[in-house]
Design a protein around this ligand. Structure first.
Ligand SMILES: Nc1ncnc2c1ncn2[C@@H]1O[C@H](COP(=O)(O)OP(=O)(O)OP(=O)(O)O)[C@@H](O)[C@H]1O
Ligand SMILES: [Mg+2]
Length: 376
């Protein structure tokens, strides 16, 4: 039986988190001590003593750290690009048995599609999971975060970056359109302004919804996870991403406008799934932008009730800390590992990872929406 959650009940149990900005936006962290690494991977139990990581380093199980003098002692520091190799052994997410393709989509702007995609992608990558983000927003939002323009060092890249359009229409090779990041486990196919021409081109193709599934995904078999970050409109780009994905992941903004749009949104995804016979495609939703206003609480309560088959009850709350981490080009685990927001992402991502890795039949029987009073 579906439980009914009312706003009043939620208001009683919900301990409102103070909205605290992080201190001044910090610089990107390049060097990581064993204490930092323990926090990053929330590995209190797996890295009980600093000696554990040092022993692993001696045995060659994790990369060699630089020795940086601090007073009379030498402190081991690892570079950011070495973290995925450490995360593979001591992280909190395991490599999947088979490839997972995710489509981040909901027909509503500003509900954290791009932010959560970025945090998911970077967290998967830090855990040693080989991840590719495919930007599908005409406004180039995820590209601007992962691959900031000031990082473009080759002039020709800045004049004409290559993307999906060049791959499908102009014969660029897959390697030419994939860009690497400082994490060896995180790559991106950046958005380019030619996506709008690709949209028109797709419209003229036969089996136009299957182009990505037939001609793109098979070229990307060396990735453990692929995430499409979409814009909020319904386009051929979105249809292609949906057909190619094992899971549609929908952030549900806990505010009036997102709530009002959610019913039609969900209906159009379900309709498309049934039209295209995507019978074993999961829908995974989670609440975002939850704040202490009564409207936000009511939207949250309604999502839990109405969408209990899809929703993971691990909300991401409204806070400026989310924006600040993004500005530094880091996941919240890197930027502020001890923050309340990092804890929310940890709870969400561990559940989401479980859901993504479950066989479809098991997934639909698991209830991720349950309301655990002890959490509040
Ligand atoms: N926890 C948070 N609380 C409040 N704001 C946040 C949080 N995390 C990120 N933001 C900010 O919210 C804004 C919208 O987020 P985002 O761009 O991820 O939404 P989106 O769903 O991708 O939007 P669009 O549909 O336009 O692509 C951004 O400015 C982002 O920095
Ligand atoms: Mg976006």
């Amino acid at each position: 039986m579906t439980k009914i959650y009312t706003a009043t009940k939620l208001e009683v149990f919900y301990q409102f988190e103070e909205i605290k900005p992080l201190k001044a936006a910090k610089m990107r962290k390049e060097l990581w001590t064993s204490a930092d690494i323990k926090k990053l991977f929330r590995a209190e139990d797996r890295l009980k003593s600093v000696q554990t990581l040092y022993n692993a380093e001696n045995k060659g199980e994790v990369p060699k750290a630089e020795r940086i003098p601090r007073g009379k002692i030498q402190v081991r520091n690892w570079r950011i690009n070495q973290l995925p190799a450490i995360g593979k052994k001591y992280g909190f997410l395991n490599k999947p048995d088979k490839q997972i393709v995710m489509c981040k989509y909901i027909q509503k702007g500003g509900v954290l599609k791009t932010t959560t995609t970025y945090n998911e992608a970077r967290t998967f990558a830090l855990n040693g999971i080989k991840t590719l983000v495919i930007g599908q927003d005409f406004e180039c939002s995820i590209t601007d975060i992962i691959y900031p323009r000031q990082d473009i060092i080759k002039l020709e890249d800045s004049i004409k970056p290559l993307g999906l359009y060049h791959y499908f229409v102009e014969g660029a090779s897959i390697n030419e359109i994939i860009k690497h990041t400082e994490l060896p486990t995180l790559d991106i196919i950046p958005e380019t302004h030619d996506l709008s021409i690709l949209e028109k081109w797709l419209n003229q193709q036969k089996r136009r919804e299957y182009i990505y599934k037939d001609r793109l995904i098979p070229e990307l078999s060396n990735y453990d996870v692929i995430i499409f970050d979409n814009n909020p409109g319904w386009t051929h780009l979105v249809e292609n991403a949906l057909v190619a994905s094992h899971a549609v992941v929908c952030p549900l903004g806990c505010n009036l406008l997102a709530y009002n749009a959610s019913e039609t949104n969900m209906a159009s995804i379900l309709e498309f799934q049934s039209e295209m016979r995507l019978d074993t495609q999961k829908i995974i939703a989670y609440p975002t932008l939850l704040n202490k206003s009564s409207l936000s609480q009511q939207a949250y309560g309604q999502y839990l009730t109405r969408l209990s088959d899809y929703i993971i009850n691990k909300p991401i709350r409204y806070t400026v800390a989310g924006e600040e981490a993004l500005m530094q080009g880091q996941s919240i685990f890197e930027a502020a590992p001890s923050s309340a927001l990092a804890q929310q992402y940890y709870e969400l991502l561990t559940e989401e990872w479980k859901a993504l890795n479950q066989p479809y039949d098991e997934y639909i029987k698991t209830n991720y929406s349950s309301f655990n009073e002890e959490e509040f």
